[in-house]
Design a protein around this ligand. Sequence first.
Ligand code: GCO
Ligand code: MN
Ligand code: MN
Length: 388
Amino acid sequence: MSDYTPKPENKFTFGLWTVGNIGRDPFGSPVRETKSPADLVRLLGEVGAYGVNFHDNDLIPIDATPAEAESIKKDFRSALADTGIVVPMATTNLFSEPIFKDGAFTSNDPKVRAYALQKTMNAIDLGVEFGAKTYVFWGGREGTESDATKDTITAIKRSRDAMNFLCEYVNDKKYDLKFALEAKPNEPRGDIYNSTTGHMLAFISTLDHPEMVGVNPEVAHEHMAGLNFVHGVAQALEAGKLFHIDLNDQAFGRYDQDFRFGAVNIKSAFFLVKLLEDNKYDNPRHFDAHAYRTEDYEGVKDFARGCMRTYLILKEKAAQWNTDKEIQALVAEIHADDGSMNQYFGKYSAEKAKALKSQSFDRSAIAGRGLKYERLDQLTVEVLLGVR
Ligand code: GCO
Ligand code: MN
Ligand code: MN
């Protein structure tokens, strides 16, 4: 029996808002009592997490007096010291307050845009004070219900101006901090700008300091958009832009569910874990999810333990897949290359193009070969079902 105990090197993190979720939904009031940030850190210590992340107002309520803020920070700091939990990531709440009803950085109101920058600079200071190295931007309200209301091109330019301003702020303060942009197609807005990880990657390349900015893809968000999450993450990894990841689960075509990691789509969770582990992903593995509304705080612990345990089981399954003789024989066959086409690949030259144009191909012989993908996929399913 394997050991599925979370280890610091797994970098398993949770947001204060995840284990602290009190079970409010659009149809019902809270079912769990509010716990203080310090108590949530202790809960995370109990279940074996590595880190805790927060929005500015998860830690310090927006109306707190300076004295209240100091006392909360003191309690939080001592809970961190007692448990050994670290703060790898922080972020700003730019969505709960009524002032953000039409967005923050993309609002049509310049006072809202300026306030959003001010609030974010303060929140960056707070995150850095607790050691955060990654700063997430999730623009939940940066969108529209009707495109009569905002000019999309202007909104994109405003988003860019805000990111450029805040990168300069980080440089000016000499903070060791990177930004990770998190896409979501909708919820809470009817439609949100830069709706997928792919959109975000394109947007980042237009910034003044693209090297400071990566992405924070979330399983649920890409699944809400009907996309293959593993492909989006692979593209971010290949571009050197996977600075952070939000792990959870979500049935396709449903409302934003934020289920425990691996609760719905085991096969895609498996290929995700395999992708991260095979490529030695070493940034935080953040579970941005929450317990079912049916649960008390014991259930919240079950939820948190379940996220980490499922990840570690899938990591073990990935290692098994990578060493399974029959699977690897098929993989070797699938990827076989006799080198006969090497002369045509790589850097372009006029001679190469000319030679390739005169090469003949036996299309029906090439197409007639069965690829054995059915067998390979069945073996994969059997690894996951535990019968191999
Ligand atoms: C959501 C988002 C958020 C963000 C968080 C950090 O769907 O509500 O996933 O949980 O990840 O605000 O920026
Ligand atoms: Mn989400
Ligand atoms: Mn998220």
